[in-house]
Write a protein that binds this ligand. Structure first.
Ligand SMILES: C[S@@+](CC[C@H](N)C(=O)[O-])C[C@H]1O[C@@H](n2cnc3c(N)ncnc32)[C@H](O)[C@@H]1O
Length: 161
């Protein structure tokens, strides 16, 4: 079953934490609409690619020399493989929904667990992006934004660019 709120959160987390793009097999206009608004207001060039099957996305990624890292509670602990992951040039991170086809486990170059406990694709994605980039993604800036936050200990400070 499609869950637009989860898809929106996957988009926003990917964008905020340094991914270039997200591939969604199937998404309502609401999801892409929210993402466009966020891009317009807060900047950056993150994009959603819609409509391609997971098979095609994985095949193309491999064809372009990207490594396929599938996040699953059944995989190897992220802390044991993080050195290898940080050395990869370009990565396609794969997260599942309620049911992940067995073929994904076989096609992935790495099956990686963020703990061996069941939790959430959004949390797994966030922690994997953070670990792979060694926290550098936290310093990222988003060009061509309409608004910019001036971080403050109390209250909210936002300026127009
Ligand atoms: C709600 S889970 C359902 C997983 C389902 N049991 C399966 O594997 O078919 C949805 C997604 O969250 C991610 N996920 C959940 N727990 C995880 C964990 N401990 N480590 C890595 N990824 C996890 C995986 O990508 C998974 O496909």
């Amino acid at each position: 079953m499609r869950d637009d709120r989860t898809l929106t959160h996957l988009c926003l987390v990917s964008r905020a934490l340094g991914a270039e793009s997200i591939y969604l097999e199937d998404a309502e206009k609401e999801v892409t609409g929210t993402l466009s608004e966020v891009n317009e207001t807060w900047g950056g060039e993150f994009r959603a690619v819609l409509g391609a099957s997971w098979r095609k996305v994985i095949k193309e990624a491999k064809g372009e020399g990207r490594s396929v890292v599938h996040l699953t509670m059944y995989g190897l602990p992220i802390q044991d493989v993080i050195g290898e992951l940080r050395n990869l040039d370009r990565i396609l991170l794969v997260v599942g929904g309620p049911k992940v086809p067995g073929k994904v486990y076989h096609e992935a170059d790495f099956n990686v667990a963020v703990t061996s406990q069941p939790h959430s694709e959004v949390a797994a994605l966030a922690i994997a992006l953070h670990e792979i980039q060694s926290g550098e993604e936290l310093k990222r800036t988003f060009p061509k934004s309409k608004l910019r936050i001036l971080p403050t200990a109390h209250g909210k400070r936002v300026v127009e660019n």
